[in-house]
Design a protein around this ligand. Sequence first.
Ligand code: 13P
Length: 249
Amino acid sequence: MRTPIIAGNWKMHKTIEEAIDELKKLQPLVKDTTNEVVIYPSFFAVKPCIDTIQGSNISVGVQNMHFEEEGAYTGEVSPKMVGEITRHVLIGHSERRQYYNETDETVNNKMKAAIAHGLCPTLCIGETLEQREAEKTLEIIRTQLGSGLDGFDADKMKDVVIAYEPIWAIGTGKTATKETAQEVHANIRMLLKELFGEETAEKTRILYGGSVKPANIVELMSMDDIDGGLIGGASLKADVFSDIVNFNL
Ligand code: 13P
């Protein structure tokens, strides 16, 4: 039995004050859920948010980090710094790949650094519209998953979460149908089985991301291999996001 994770990626939204306000609204609305709830605010808001959620069932993480322990990397945050305040980190989000030149190699370095520092990384993968239309989705997924997890073994996979986020579905209002998402998720689980064996494949949570909202969470979560959601736009308002967290199958 895989515990669902409903995660909110706040991207470059919300000041510290706005983030704290929203979390205060969210806390009572999700207090009864048995799902894991994780919020990824901007770097500045992470520590104030962690202080705000003390004693609640919400966790807070960071949206990115560097892979080096320390050094002359202006503007970057190291895994050691992340580890001082949280265990949750998003790695390889498509916006990082698209706008900040993240490659499968840097993503792999970050994944390795996360595990070396005892963090729980969520590895984000997904195809562009062009790749989907060229019927290359499964090939892209295989490459991104294989290279992102290069050098990993079953033991290192214990704290890893995978997020499948088709780029054409992010912020577009176009959600993948439950069948389309399930096909890719089943494929990811099959690849995990090839790489790490059945037990690890069965235990690993695979989240779907891309225009998830209260209206489609139930159908997505009804699919065998969809273990939660990574939510952008619909995570910004506590009342909307809590409706997703509190979905009922
Ligand atoms: P939207 O939910 O806004 O489509 O964003 C998805 C996403 O990128 C989460 O990481």
